[in-house]
Design a binder for this molecule. Structure first.
Ligand code: FAD
Length: 382
């Protein structure tokens, strides 16, 4: 009889790995320091308004992966949802991502696609050769006016630094569409779980071989008696931050309530740096199939993550890369542990990618155990 497996974290990574192993006959124990399952995708119904709230910020499911789409639909009905984001800049409201409507609104024109392409090309800063910074890249792609209205202030607030201090690689592709498509994502499948991600994760965890304990903070001694540990907590936290802390951005959500409809859409960004928050999300619009009289909204602020904050976005600039390399080398010396998920591998991961990697990680673990090989230390190289 193989020893049971311990999984740290009941988010999507831990739940999907746990389910796959349970179905393969392994006994699985999952612990999480929080009082709920589903990690950062957790949703809870607000008692006063009846609205389903995305507790750690809005989560929209989108993917091109057929297998992952089938997987989530096995555990929850997905309702049709298209993410359409608006932005307020210099006292006006525009459509995002920047598209033909945005360009025509912004410049007061009636351009067609080809005319708009030529127009944007005429605005781009031709003096920039190979862009080094985010600012260079944006100026080269869209020119100064669109950069200042839609990218500069937002990026400064999101990352807490000047776009001149960020690498060009952050803005990989031309952030403009020359048609009226305002669907924020371009994946084939997109939707929202009818009863929320927490219910979906509860369904994934519902297996006789899985035992879940909440409000339990992992300590290394917990691994005793288990054949293997899958760890979806912060990589540096596993080693008690012995080389220092990997940098993250955290978010503060300032909640406010409103009778009726506050902003008429789920997400309104604020492009100007003098507005301190990056966006306002109005939760009831993420569930358009429900009707609620009252409303609950979050003003979202981004700042550097302190030791007691929730780590949200890994920073991954050159300073962090050097520290990360130290932790990766240290992790590779460990036996019987696999670091998984967004925190364990210090990467931003969308939910569909998280599930894909969790499915693959479980399969490679099962293969390694069967073949008497060493399981991988990372689900994916950080
Ligand atoms: C603001 C924001 C918005 C997002 N929006 C989207 C979106 O719209 N669409 C999308 O596809 N993805 C989105 N994501 C990404 C999504 O949140 C992740 O893909 C997903 O949360 C990753 O799951 P995970 O299990 O790897 O990590 P997590 O959800 O963070 O789960 C890790 C779990 O481990 C627990 N844990 C950590 N350390 C310990 C410890 N020492 N002991 C015990 N338990 C521990 C934590 O409490 C947590 O529950 C967004 C992310 C953020 C930050």
């Amino acid at each position: 009889m193989t020893k049971p497996v311990l999984i740290v974290g009941a988010g999507l990574s831990g739940a999907v790995i746990g389910r796959e192993l349970a179905e393969a006959g392994h006994l699985v124990r999952i612990i999480d320091r929080r009082s709920h399952i589903a990690g950062n995708c957790h949703m809870a119904r607000d008692e006063a308004s009846g609205v389903m709230v995305h507790v750690y910020g809005p989560h929209i499911f989108h993917t091109n992966d057929d297998e992952v789409w089938a997987y989530v639909n096995r555990h929850m009905t997905f309702m049709p949802y298209v993410n359409r984001v608006k932005t307020t800049s210099n006292g006006r409201v525009y459509s995002l991502p920047v598209n033909l409507h945005t360009i025509n609104q912004f410049f007061g024109k009636t351009l067609g696609p080809d005319e708009a392409k030529a127009f944007i090309l005429s605005l781009s800063d031709a003096s920039i050769g190979e862009p080094v910074t985010f600012e260079d890249q944006a100026l080269k792609f869209v020119g100064r006016e669109l950069y200042e209205a839609f990218f500069e202030g937002y990026t400064r607030k999101q990352w807490g630094c000047s776009p001149r201090d960020l690498p060009a690689s952050i803005l990989k592709r031309l952030p403009v569409r020359f048609n009226y498509d305002d669907n924020y994502f371009s994946h084939r499948f997109q939707g929202m779980p009818e009863h929320g991600y927490t219910e979906m994760v509860a369904s994934i965890l519902s297996h006789e071989n899985i035992e879940v304990e909440l409000e339990r903070d992992f300590v290394r001694a917990d691994a005793e008696g288990f054949g293997h540990v899958f760890y979806s907590g912060p990589l540096d936290g596993y080693f008690d931050y012995e080389f220092g802390r990997l940098g993250y951005r955290t978010l503060d959500f300032e909640e406010f309530r409103h009778d009726g409809d506050y902003q008429g859409c789920a997400v309104m960004n604020y492009g100007n740096a003098d507005v301190p928050y990056t966006r306002i999300t109005e939760h009831k619009h993420f569930s358009p199939w429900e009707t609620h009289e009252r409303s609950i909204c979050y003003r979202e602020y981004s700042r550097a993550c302190g030791p007691d904050d929730v780590p949200y976005y890994p920073i991954r600039l050159s300073g962090e890369q050097a520290l990360l390399a130290q932790y990766v080398a240290r992790a590779r010396m460990e036996e019987n542990v696999t670091f998984v998920g967004r925190l364990g591998t210090y990467r931003y991961l969308d939910m569909d990618v998280t599930i894909r990697e969790a499915l693959d990680t479980a399969q490679s673990y099962i293969g390694a155990v069967t073949g008497n090989l060493r399981p991988p230390v990372f689900s994916m190289a950080p």
